[in-house]
Design a protein around this ligand. Structure first.
Ligand SMILES: [Zn+2]
Length: 178
């Protein structure tokens, strides 16, 4: 839930609305603290194995309980994005991964109406053993033609997986031609 701050977190004086940096923000008239409402940042990883399959997790938490998603989660305030991506994959799937290129950056609409940002990375497995971990009831590899389209969790994930399926099919065609 998006908390409306009433008291200064620095000095406990009541906050007021005030004009700062181009818009109305909660400010502290005593110590000058300014409350910036900022988007949360999440990371998600499209992990692909050497057989051209993608790693999906079945969510055991809301939102999208019971639906399939990419391994993902929120960054901690002091984390490096790729380290957060590695951590989330390890926590949810048991696998160690190499984090590669950024595939997309998208808006993350949260259930409470707040906005966030999600960074999608490519990843390759480098070790570990597959097992459902934190917040996940099932984890498995899907070939491009096995993606459970009707059971995917988020629209951003659907778009990314459709693009990925297209690339896999292109690769298959080129391999067939060569
Ligand atoms: Zn204050």
């Amino acid at each position: 839930m998006d908390v409306q701050y009433n008291f200064c977190p620095a000095c406990a004086h009541p906050l007021e609305d005030g004009e700062r940096f181009g818009r109305t923000r909660r400010i502290c008239p005593r110590c000058g603290f300014v409350y910036f409402r900022e988007p949360k940042v999440a990371v998600a990883v499209l992990v692909e194995d050497e057989r051209g399959r993608v790693l999906l997790v079945r969510r055991a938490v809301v939102p999208a309980l019971g639906r399939w998603a990419l391994p993902s989660g929120f960054m901690d305030y002091d984390e490096e994005p790729r380290a957060a991506a590695q951590r989330e994959v390890a926590e949810e799937t048991g696998l160690q991964v190499h984090i590669g290129e950024v595939l997309d950056v998208a808006t993350l609409a949260q259930e409470d109406g707040r906005q966030g940002v999600v960074i999608f990375f490519a990843g390759q497995p480098s070790g570990g053993r597959l097992r459902p971990g934190d917040d996940v009831s099932e984890v498995r590899w899907f070939a491009a033609d096995e993606i459970p389209r009707d059971e995917l969790a988020f629209s951003g994930t659907q778009c990314l997986l459709e693009r990925w399926q297209g690339r896999i099919e292109d690769r298959g065609l080129r391999a067939g031609e060569g």
